[in-house]
Design a protein around this ligand. Structure first.
Ligand SMILES: [Zn+2]
Length: 227
């Protein structure tokens, strides 16, 4: 190993430091804008964010997951989210505040009000656990989904799942599981299932929600099991 002088190491350190591009610096500091222009920029951000929310709603992304320890599921128009969803309101605090402290916060990467993330129903059902908000009461598969209810991959199905009710991740019922068909050839294996109402394979639904075992539903010799 070649030993470098202290000066060479310092020079290498200087050239290794990431520099923000001018565009990033402009965004992060907004120093090129006067205070009034900066406030106009905030109004523009609010409009862009409103358009983003409208587009999410058009795309059926209408749920917001809030809460740090428990996932609480809200509809985007829940009254408890008003301060976040109403972007004019969200930005109003910044509009009346000091423009320079806003520039400083932007420079640290946390300027402006947090934008809520809107997700679709499949994203909600894919959560391992959640509770629904009692104010807006979104209609998802559970009001309280605990770790006991989870998604199961089709490839993990076995005889003990026969007779249980399957639902797609968006909550649509897929009927009672009647048959599991595994096809194995030289190059691959695939799984398809037949239920009381439909047939599908793992390309259509790689994973589903399996309902609890119903006592009295005994099929193909598999005993109802409780988990
Ligand atoms: Zn709510």
């Amino acid at each position: 190993m070649q030993t470098r002088t202290e000066a060479e190491i310092l020079a290498a350190k200087a050239s290794a430091g990431d520099r923000y591009s001018q565009a990033e610096t402009n965004y992060r500091q907004q120093r090129h804008l006067s205070d009034d222009e900066l406030r106009a920029w905030m109004t523009e951000q609010a409009s862009l964010e409103k358009a983003e929310i409208r587009q999410a709603v058009d795309e059926k992304r209408v749920y917001v997951v809030a809460g740090k320890d428990a996932h609480r599921v809200h509809l985007y128009d829940c009254s408890s989210l008003r301060e976040q969803i109403d972007r004019d309101h969200a930005w109003s605090f910044w509009q009346i505040g000091s423009a320079e402290s806003f520039r400083l916060q932007l420079a640290h990467g946390d300027g402006g009000p947090r934008m809520p993330e809107l997700v679709d129903r499949a994203a909600i059902e894919a959560l391992r656990s959640y509770v629904t908000c009692q104010i807006c009461a979104p209609s998802v598969s559970h009001t309280s989904k605990s770790r006991g209810v989870r998604t199961t991959k089709l490839t993990s199905f076995s005889a003990r799942h026969i007779g249980r009710e399957l639902s797609a991740l968006d909550g649509t019922s897929l009927g009672l599981l009647e048959r599991i068909i595994t096809t194995i050839d030289r190059y691959s294996s695939s799984v398809a299932v037949q239920t009381s109402t439909v047939s599908f394979d793992e390309t259509e639904h790689p994973a589903v929600i399996v309902g609890p075992a119903v006592s009295g539903t005994v099929s193909s010799g598999s005993a109802p099991s409780t988990e």
